[in-house]
Design a protein around this ligand. Sequence first.
Ligand SMILES: [Zn+2]
Length: 102
Amino acid sequence: MKIKQIFQRLFGLNKNKSAYPPSRMQADKSEMMQKMLTMLSNTREVELTCDEVFEMLDQFAELAARGEDVAQLMPLIQQHLDMCEDCREEYKVLEKIILNTA
Ligand SMILES: [Zn+2]
């Protein structure tokens, strides 16, 4: 599964921030978003494992702490957290750490 890489590419969580000039960025992002949505709707039955969620949980918690719409940005993580108590506990711990160190 390549979901993680897709998220990283889509939301600039990797290091190549300056690959595009800012004016093109928006268009590219929404184009990618379309592809992403198409892909997600084709693989709707795919769910993340706890390991995969755990790997991205710090990013998720940071985005959430910044007031980003994480349910939009990382729907699969949000979906997993809604279902999985273990990961939700882990998320709460991370959230606390992030808020305390902000
Ligand atoms: Zn889980």
